[in-house]
Design a protein around this ligand. Sequence first.
Ligand code: SME
Length: 160
Amino acid sequence: MYDFTADPALTEHERYRQLMAAADALTAGEPDSIANMANLAALLWEFVPRLNWAGFYRVIDGELVLGPFAGRPACIRIPFGQGVCGAAAASGETQLVEDVHAFPGHIACDAASRSELVVPVIRNGAVVAVIDLDSPEPARFEQADAQGIEALAALLAERI
Ligand code: SME
């Protein structure tokens, strides 16, 4: 039985291992993508410390559209190639941004955001969504975070 909360004393590696196990348990056998993204947004919020936003943008008709999230209300539609999310969607590659103010075209949904990690979710070779994490701390995200969220994106590719 998972209680879906993270021990603050966990190492990064162990935290992401537990996040994966909880994500797997929550989404296994559930075909509804909105339900799975909603639970995953809540899980990210619970497990990844020092965030001010965690959630999904989905690819719909060639643009990113806001999906389930935790945090403040956010911009609804983002064209491919715009902002950090649009860069991840257009390139299919993780964007780890230490200082969002230095990122050309960064879209400030919450003025408190200082650093950001965006990981594409790829199914059958196409980006179908991105996972977006924002932090009020500069340089909050490291390679361990990118790798942890990339593993999560791979797990979710067939479940959202
Ligand atoms: N900052 C993002 C936009 C989404 S919000 O952070 C939730 C970007 O530049 O793509």
